[in-house]
Every structure is written in structure tokens, then in C-alpha cells.
Design a binder for this molecule. Sequence first.
Ligand SMILES: Nc1ncnc2c1ncn2[C@@H]1O[C@H](COP(=O)(O)OP(=O)(O)O)[C@@H](O)[C@H]1O
Ligand SMILES: [Mg+2]
Length: 641
Amino acid sequence: MTTPTLSLPSASTPVSPVTELPDDFTALGRIDVHAMPRVLARLVRLAWRYPWRCAAAVLCAVGATLFNLLTPKLLGDAVDQAHRLVGNGSSASSDAAGTALWWIAGFIVAACAARGTLTGLQGYLGENIAQRVGYDLRLAFYEKLQRLDFSFHDRRHSGDLIARGMLDLEGVRGFLESGLLRTLSLALLVVAGTWRLMHVDLLLGALALSFVPFVVWRAGRMGVLLRLSWERLQQLMSELTRGMEENLQGARVVRAFASRAFELAKFDRVSEAALRLSNRRITLRMGSVSTMNFSFYLAMGLVLWFGGRRIAAGQLTVGQLTECLTFMTLLQQPVRQIGMIVNASARAASSGSRFFEVLDTTPAIHDRPGAKPLVLTQGVLRFENVSFTYPRAPGHAGTARAAVLHDIGFELRPGRTLGIVGAPGSGKSTLAQLIARFYDVSAGRITIDGQDVRELTLDSLREAVSLVQQETFLFDTSVHHNAAYAEPAADAGRVVAATTVAQLHDHVAQLPEGYGTRVGERGVALSGGQRQRLSIARGLTADPAIIVLDDATSAVDAATEQHLRTTLHAAVRHKSTVVIAHRLSSLMHADEILVLDQGRIAERGTHDTLLAADGHYAALWKLQNRGERTPAPAPQEGALA
Ligand SMILES: Nc1ncnc2c1ncn2[C@@H]1O[C@H](COP(=O)(O)OP(=O)(O)O)[C@@H](O)[C@H]1O
Ligand SMILES: [Mg+2]
């Protein structure tokens, strides 16, 4: 197991298209400009759920910008006063200039302090709102995941859903945190600053602002390209996550088949593509920053040269030139941030579309308007001409799906057992899932005590029906909590009773911590048969009126299964029971047995009548009992009947 010496099919393995990188970033895709206003407007509305905080944040942003705009003017005045102080001989006016300088210095300190305080407050409020909205959305998303039905989960990879719930949520939150207020501050700064500069000197103002359009263009372009490449990086990352997730879940298979090298090569290919893309992103960022710097200093040089000439000609004061230069420096930083703003908005748009797509999905299975709780009188389950086709995935409208169940009808009364057999794929599990309305029937109807399951509240229906599924799933918690999952309030006595019926009590009692023993991730601390028996105990603890065992003992050894059948029979004697099994000995004592063939009832009857009919069932029976002398063990007293 430790030496993976297989020659691996590396060359013949198709390379995932996601690892092929185009040379031009724009070929990576495009930003969904149409979705942007819709998603961003929705985000603003979400933030507006906290109106006072939003209003305060906006006020702080406006205030901080105004104080910011004051600084160049004050500095310019200071320089003019200083100039007067140096250049003027009369002591009276130098005294006045000195006092004015003190005042201006005081104003500058006050303006900076006010700006700092307001900026801090704005940052705090922005983050606070974003965190609150993030919290709301995370909760809403998780709640939605709980309510989405099987047909949704059939189509979605869980890794993809986790990425939407975590990463995309962060994208949305990041935009609220910084993008929104930053855009507002920048717009104010540019508009007010332009007006002020043009007021000082039209031509000089134009020169001072000349770098802005260029930087806006470069930064905007960088934002778009970084965004596009980030999307691709994200795809690569989710491919890696998925690979890792699958590899961990399938760790035993990977080791057993010595496929380590193959798995590593697969992982490496995607990893390398991600590295190359990251490097290209760095080059792009550095290149853009350099050109932006260059344009800024070029504009500054022009302003100095032109302003100097104006000063020499007596048309401009040194203070006014200082104001111009200070304003340029002030504006430079936020203008560059346009790249970040574009990036954050585009990210919010695409993350938001993905996130809201899940949030806006209406579960196909949900309580209908006016749904009533189930009124259990007896627990009679009826299938009336039920047919079923799995719902199509959206976007696959063309591919018609074949019906999985055709015209199924039966009635199951309390205290009785219905057995279902059939080849794999004949529709047994599908039938079981319809009972608890995990899907809706395509035709016909299913009733419990005469009430159509579609007219009932899901909670009341699922309380009445326990489905022990073919694939066991255990939570990584104690044996007790797994058994009591459907009834968290169940006391120890009830759990012990259920595990005793499920023939698991003796084993659990031997465990070091008894019922407190953790079963480990995916229940690996238990064998397959023990996990199945714990699932049965979970189904029994819920104490339902109808219990459905879908191949629930396939991994249980024959001897234990025989004991289990006996105890189970006693435990479910007042319930309506459906037993789906491969091993005919598990259901031969049922009151009625349905033989499914490609979704149709091919034969039905009791064990004896089916044997006498000499059809599918009889053939299967002979196959399973080949070589045994007495093919039909006499039904035991107390067996599951
Ligand atoms: N979630 C699903 N979506 C689409 N088709 C499915 C799904 N589950 C099962 N099927 C198909 O329905 C048929 C019956 O499956 P199933 O009920 O699991 O059979 P059984 O339990 O008898 O082995 C199979 O052809 C299977 O491929
Ligand atoms: Mg099945």
C-alpha cells in the first residue's frame, strides 16, 4: 500500500479546461455589467436595514472629505504668510503675519484631528454595517440550505455551495465594508477639489488634474483585469478544494488502489496553473502602479514649471502653487483606489449573483399555502397509481428523463409489513423517498390516513415517517446523540431501548465511553454493519407511525440480522413498516411483497404465492438459496412478519 508503482495514465487523462490559461486576460471572461446595478442596489438596500448607522457613516465620510479639502488651502495660506514674514521689513506686518501663521497652524492641526476622527468613525461604522449584513446573509444562506430539497442537492456540488456561502459572502461584505463609502469620498474629493483648483487658476488647475483621467483609466483597467483573473483563480482554487475534499473523503480508496501519484499529478497540474496566474497578476499590478506613478510625477513637474513662470510673472502666489501641489498629492491616493473600487464592485456583482442565486431559489418541496398538520388516526399508507420522473436540472430542458416509477399502487396498514425487492436501479429507494415527500410524485398520489402528503406540513409528515436510508450518515458526535438525532429530548432509556432493538447495545456497552463515545468523522469508529444498526436505532428513537427501512441491513451479518428481525418485529408491531432488501430472507415474512422491475410492479403477493407463481421472485429465491437443502426455512415465531 505504501509503494505506488503503477504506471499512471497521466498522458491519456484529459486536462481540465480550467488549467489552460489564455495569453490575454480579457479572454478570461467578462464582467457581468448587467447584473452589477441590480446586485449593488440590493446590497445598498441590505445595508439600509441599519439606517441610523448608514446615515452616520455617510455624514462621517462627507465631513472627513471636507476637512481633507481644507488642508491644501490652509497650507497655501501658511506659505503666503511665511513669505510675507520673510519678505517684509516692517515689524508691524511681520507681527501680524506671525500671528496669522500661528492661527493657521492651529487650524491645520484641528482640521487633521477632525479628519482623523471622522475617518476612524467612518471606518468603524462601515465595518460594523458590513459585519451585520454579513451575519444576516450567512444566517439566511444556512437557513435556505436546510430548506432546499433533494432535487436541488442532487444538482449541486457541496463544495460549490460552501464556496458560495463563505467566499462569495466575503466578496459581498468586502464591498459594503470599503467600496461603498470610498466611492462616495472619492467623488466628493474630485468634484470639490476640481472646483477649487479651477477657481485658483484655470490652466494650472487643468494641468494639476491632468493625471487624473489617465490614472482612472489605468486603475480601472487594472481593476477589471485583476477581477477577471481572480475569477479564474477562484475556479482553480475551487477545483483544488474539490480535489482535496474528494481525496480526503475517499482516502481509503486512494490508498487501497495505490493511486497517490496519480492524485498528486492531478492536483499539481491545477496548482501550477494557479501559480502561473498569480504571477501574471503580480506583473499586471506592478506595471500599472509604475505607469500611474509616472503620470503623476509628470503632471507635478508640469505644474511646477508652469506655476513657477506664473509666480515670476506675478500672476500667482507661492501659497497658491503650494495649494495646487498639496491638493494633487491628496487626490493621488484615492484616485488610484479606483482600481480597488472597480475590482470590489465587480467582485461584489459576481459574488452577489452567485450568492443570491442560492438565496432566491424556491425549494420545489415546501409547505403549500394552507398546508395542514397530519392528523394520524391509524397510519395507513396508500400509493395510488404513482408514477415518478426525477426533475430535470435547469438548463437541461432538452434531455427528457425517463420515468423511474410507473403506476405503483398498494395499501399498507398498521401492524403490517410491505416488502420490496428488485434489481439495483429498479426504483426501490426512489419509492422510499417519495413516502416522506423528498420529491413530489409526477402522477397519482400518496396518502397517509387519507390525507395527500402534498397537502400536509413537511414537519408533521416527517415526524410521522422515519426513513432509514440505504447510505448511512452519522454525525461526528456521540452514539447517544446520533441515535437521538430526531428526538434530541429522548432520555437514555429510550435510546438504550432503540439500540437494543437494533442489536447494537451490547457493542456500545463495551465501548470505553459507552453511549458517550464519539463515532468519528463519517462514523469510521464503527463497522459498516454497526453504522447501519445505529441508523436503525435513530429511526426507532423517533417513534414514527410509519417506518421505512431501505436496504438498512445490507452490511449486517446474517446471524445478527436474524436476531434483529426478531426484535424489530416486536418493536414495530403497531407500526406500518416498509422493508426494502436484497436478501430475500429479510422480507420473506412480509404481508405483501412487491417485485419491482424497471419501476413497474412485476409481481406481487406473499412469499408462498410468489414461489408458486414461479416468476422473478422464485428465480431469485432459488439463486439465493442455491446449494441449500431446505430452501424455505419455516417462518419463525416472532420473525418480522
Ligand atoms: N437523484 C437522482 N436523480 C436522477 N436520477 C436518479 C436519482 N436517484 C436515482 N436515480 C435513477 O433512478 C433509478 C432508480 O434508482 P433507485 O431508486 O436508487 O434504485 P434502487 O434503490 O432500486 O437501486 C435509477 O435509474 C437511478 O439512476
Ligand atoms: Mg436503493
